[in-house]
Design a binder for this molecule. Sequence first.
Ligand code: SF4
Length: 299
Amino acid sequence: MSLLSKPTELREQVLAKKEGNKRGDELVQAFHNHIEAVNSKDYFDIVEVEELLLKEQAHAIEVMKTPKTYPKELARFSPSSSDKCERELFFKANKAEKDEDTGHPFQRRWTRNSTAVHGAIQRQLLEAEIVVENPDFVVLRLENGLPAWEKNIEDWKVIEHNGVTFVLFGMCDGILQYKDGTKVGFEYKTKSNSVAQIKQLKEPSPSHRLQCVAYSILFGVDEWLITYESVAKDKWTTNENARPDFKIFYTRITEQDRTILLNKWARVAEKVDTGYVPAPNPSKCMFCPYKKVCGEVNE
Ligand code: SF4
């Protein structure tokens, strides 16, 4: 029985992979065309979009002023920290003392610029709904009419996994609706060094994919388009020969992906309960704000 079922299973896996590739190629191409289409036009600010953004801003201020309602006594994780060292997640959940901030002003300008470009592409996704003829994508709207992204979609979930309870809390760059009615996640990343970085990208970074795994747990969307855009562009005069300044990758999140991430959070949450410090992962130290307290742990 097992001997007979193996080739069938393998064939099914190969077919599923082919189907997935076809779907991924279609979505990547469609989204690429969508971004190119809206950027191929000159247009003025659109009143409906500006009004919607104003409502969104008012809502964001309300969210900022409102205390969070998730259970504070549970270990809490966020999608953007999914790929972090388990020890760092442990320190964060335990509110350990952070290192003295050593950020340089140019690094803050770097972050500021990337955040501004995020806002610009989101605005453009709303404008594309009006400016592009028969757009393949629209931004999903929530019940209150606001776009499904950022603080509008901020949410939390209590999760029980492997006998441990913890909280997942976060928001995402956006959820789009494709022309066939399906929901597709929009994850947007910027590159700031040079436009050449885009051509060099062969696949999404594992940490960015893992972030989408967390989103799939929080928002129930399995298909994600991870878009990388270089803030730096090719020379103005390169015109139609300019090097590509953005690239899109498709990823479909599986049950297995979710289980692996949930296992990791459960391991950390269990250690938060027991006080047993997780092992270090020196490959992830660069952006960790707990280097001092980590160095004080008796191994
Ligand atoms: S310093 Fe490195 S090993 Fe220690 S908690 Fe941070 S990321 Fe983990």
